[in-house]
Ligand binder design. Structure first.
Ligand code: ZN
Length: 78
């Protein structure tokens, strides 16, 4: 028999990292601090366990946008 059909294991959905290319992108829930200083608590996103770079999927982006909108104008510094 030919084993031409290959199964994808749905349990561990590791993705290739866009930075280092290793299949080490795993889903994590962590508090993220973004480049513009916005902090999103308990944000579900992907993180490379090899190089540590983060990747935000659609759900994570929606969370970030919602957090950013709720903060509004935070350009008050005195
Ligand atoms: Zn990586």
């Amino acid at each position: 028999m030919s084993s031409s059909h290959r199964k994808k294991a749905p349990t561990s959905e590791a993705l290739p990292c866009p930075e280092c290319g290793k299949m080490r992108m795993i889903r994590v829930v962590e508090t993220c601090r973004l480049d513009d200083g916005l902090t999103v608590k308990k944000l579900a996103h992907y993180k490379c366990s090899s190089c540590g770079s983060r990747f935000f999927d659609d759900d994570a982006m929606h969370r970030i946008q919602a957090e950013r909108a709720s903060h509004g104008s935070l350009s008050q510094s005195c």
